[in-house]
Design a protein around this ligand. Structure first.
Ligand SMILES: O=c1ccn([C@H]2C[C@H](O)[C@@H](COP(=O)(O)OP(=O)(O)OP(=O)(O)O)O2)c(=O)[nH]1
Length: 176
């Protein structure tokens, strides 16, 4: 797993987290926040969208774990904890509220919510080219990452293929 210094170095070069708030570094990783305030009713299952865009450089993978504070309130993080090498996009974070007192739980914009940690992978790169590439990003954000990838990673990521994926990207939570 990458330590603080390696994480921040990689972030400066590849814009791993955007926007990046240094105060949300926690130990060796970053803590993602949600895009909107959300109140989750007892037993409700919701797809939350991260405020931050993440980019996992092709020689890394990322791992997600919900903050324990929300676990104690009964919020359970349902979906896969893996972000593929080469993935760019906002994350869809699926949660369900299992609160013992059957209370609603609110997650506020800006509140630390989901640990994001990077691991180095070995071997030839096989960057992500699935349907969630560039999900929940606007045109300017997509262009910013295509430019960065073309400049820094043109040898291992194909910008023409990425541009096609961007055309058909998931834009709203209702589409997933
Ligand atoms: O909580 C998560 C976990 C992953 N991802 C993104 C990053 C990951 O690289 C991509 C694909 O993950 P996965 O293969 O687990 O998704 P799927 O829905 O099972 O994919 P598919 O239905 O295309 O097989 O989705 C999220 O948005 N939220």
């Amino acid at each position: 797993m990458l330590g603080y210094d390696e994480f921040t170095k990689l972030n400066a070069r590849y814009r791993v987290i955007h926007p990046f708030n240094p105060e949300l570094m926690d130990g060796d990783g970053y803590v993602l926040t949600v895009r909107d305030d959300v109140e989750i009713r007892y037993l409700e299952h919701r797809n939350l969208v991260s405020h931050e865009i993440v980019f996992v450089p092709p020689d890394h993978v990322a791992h997600l774990t919900a903050k324990s504070r929300f676990g104690r309130l009964g919020i359970s993080f349902l979906n896969a904890a893996k972000v593929h090498s080469g993935f760019v996009g906002r994350l869809a974070l699926e949660v369900v509220n299992l609160n013992n007192d059957r209370d609603s739980v609110t997650i506020r914009k800006g509140e630390p919510f989901m640990h994001f940690e990077l691991m180095r992978r070995e071997g030839a790169p096989r960057p992500y080219q699935g349907r969630y590439m560039f999900q929940f990003m606007d045109d300017a954000e997509v262009e910013m990452y295509l430019e960065l990838i073309g400049r820094e990673l043109g040898g291992s990521m194909d910008v023409d293929i990425l541009r096609e994926l961007a055309e058909g990207r998931v834009r709203a939570v209702e589409e997933i």
